[in-house]
Design a protein around this ligand. Structure first.
Ligand SMILES: NC(=O)c1ccc[n+]([C@@H]2O[C@H](COP(=O)([O-])OP(=O)(O)OC[C@H]3O[C@@H](n4cnc5c(N)ncnc54)[C@H](OP(=O)(O)O)[C@@H]3O)[C@@H](O)[C@H]2O)c1
Length: 178
């Protein structure tokens, strides 16, 4: 069985980036001496599914930040070739969430890191997320790209744990109830 997993940071008011994509408010709070569990999380992941917004942010880095395979869901990018430096690491696809997960399951993937606000929202709506680790940064940015959005029905969560870091980050782990 394949499952989706979220590991993401938000402002206290629930945004993952400013409207223009800026995440400096988040990066500036990152204390490299603090271990927030990303390495433990990513080591059990077979690969990532992300939206075009997250891909376009990641590809701006000098170094591609992921060593696991990445499937980018995007109608705009799907017909285009993957940039040369990312061949073998990244694929573009316009599959819908369930079809993407079925395809990845067929390739032997079991645990998928689902990243990006709009992508997380659509995977949640389709019941494809098993759990979420959400790290809240103690800042209110007022507007931006939200982690959560409209849902057809309530999505019930089970609180698993919460850690408070000396930097003020508050990280909560939730399981999504079926
Ligand atoms: N705070 C954090 O931890 C964190 C983590 C990840 C990303 N970010 C930031 O968040 C921003 C990106 O998030 P985002 O919410 O704007 O975009 P996103 O979810 O990464 O990507 C959304 C795009 O994905 C495509 N897409 C394909 N299938 C989709 C589906 N089923 N549902 C929704 N979208 C689908 C659409 O592009 P097409 O029109 O091409 O189909 C859509 O515009 C970036 O600025 C990034 O830096 C922050």
């Amino acid at each position: 069985m394949i499952t989706g997993h979220v590991f993401i940071a938000t402002s206290l008011d629930g945004f993952i980036a400013r409207e223009n994509g800026d995440i400096e408010w988040l990066l500036s709070r990152d204390d490299p001496s603090e271990e927030h569990g990303y390495h433990d999380f990513i080591k059990d992941i077979d690969g990532l599914v992300m939206g075009r917004g997250s891909f376009e942010a990641a590809v701006r880095h000098d170094t591609w930040p992921y060593d696991k395979p990445v499937l980018v869901l995007s109608k705009k990018l799907a017909p285009l070739p993957v940039p040369e430096r990312l061949k073998g690491l990244v694929r573009f696809s316009d599959l819908a969430p369930q079809a993407a997960m079925d395809t990845l399951a067929g390739e032997g993937w079991r645990r998928v890191y689902v990243d990006g606000g709009r992508i997380v929202q659509s995977f949640l709506r389709e019941g494809l997320i098993a759990d979420m680790v959400i790290t809240q940064v103690p800042v209110i940015i007022g507007a931006g790209r939200p982690l959560f959005g409209l849902t057809a029905d309530d999505i019930s969560l089970t609180h698993v744990s919460t850690k408070v870091f000396p930097s003020g980050l508050v990280q909560s782990h939730y399981r999504v109830e079926k």
